[in-house]
Design a protein around this ligand. Sequence first.
Ligand code: NAX
Length: 334
Amino acid sequence: MDATTVTVTGAGGQIGYALLFRIAAGDMLGAERPVRLRLLEIPQGLASAEGAALELQDCAFPLLADVEITDDPRVAFDGANIAMLVGARPRSAGMERADLLAANAGIFGPQGAALNAAAADDVRVVVVGNPANTNALIAAASAPDIPGERFAALTRLDHDRALAQLAAALETPVAALRGVIVWGNHSATQFPDVAHATVAGRPVTDALAERLGGSAAAAAWLDEAFVPRVAQRGAEIISVRGSSSAASAAHAAISHVRDLVHGTGDGWTSAAVLSHGEYGVPAGLYSSAPVTSDGTAYRVVDGLELDERGRARLDASVAELVAERDAVRALGLI
Ligand code: NAX
């Protein structure tokens, strides 16, 4: 079987360290598929990526065909079938939102252009680095020859966090849950939605109402406990662990690509994909939605009902995405 070229940016960082070994082990593309890893770093991060490459070698992974490390995006994306854009500029003290967007446009614009010039015809891109949705927008805008549907921003971690919180509240295995959705931006405005979710085939809202003593109590738990817990879980991890989510983010990125290339089967998952206007989200934004894949691309599951509460929450998150897009436009970055 031909090797698949997987490019990981920010490969010397903590998510990179949790990601590379699982890709090389076959967790993402399958136990039959050889992989060629291309690791992109900035000069200060090269030594860390080189160290990870030495350890990859020491694992003697049967599927790992090759590892190349570079600080040149054109080299890193040469022939890339899968591009995982993890490296980003974090917010530093005193940085305004416009500065953060501009700094990241300075990363994701050139990377989009390099993807456009060098990647394989079938390239699929997932953006992990924050602000992920708008970074995906910038990268896609800089890659005019690559269909915008090939880009996505990761909201699978939010989706998995929502599943885990529900499973804990209902004292049920995660495997019994279906139909959770994360809408909007990968930020505190995201909307983890259970309106279509089921537990062992039964509406989650009914199961919650039974457990919590009525539908008003269930609605209050969703608004006051569930949604904020999921949306602010990243901050909770930082406060407990002392650094941001790494292994769980890497796992979510692996799951995102695995389900994209192997298909979602009979369920859906969540990813921030290019909007064509579904659910009133302005076309051209990358907004999280329920998605399925047949093994070629993620597509939005259209036609689900959004109640008034859901509509308001999605609108608020989309307003934030519109503001980010407008700020990037005002800076002449897209
Ligand atoms: P680290 O700071 O550990 O690693 C980032 C790495 O990226 C560093 O080694 C840095 O040298 C490298 N880098 C910076 N600019 C680069 C460039 N232009 N080209 C190539 N590499 C570059 O951060 P880590 O914890 O790995 O997080 C990476 C990104 O993921 C951050 O933006 C973070 O906010 C984001 N996250 C996104 C999540 C999601 O669900 N979408 C969840 C986890 C995480 O917060």
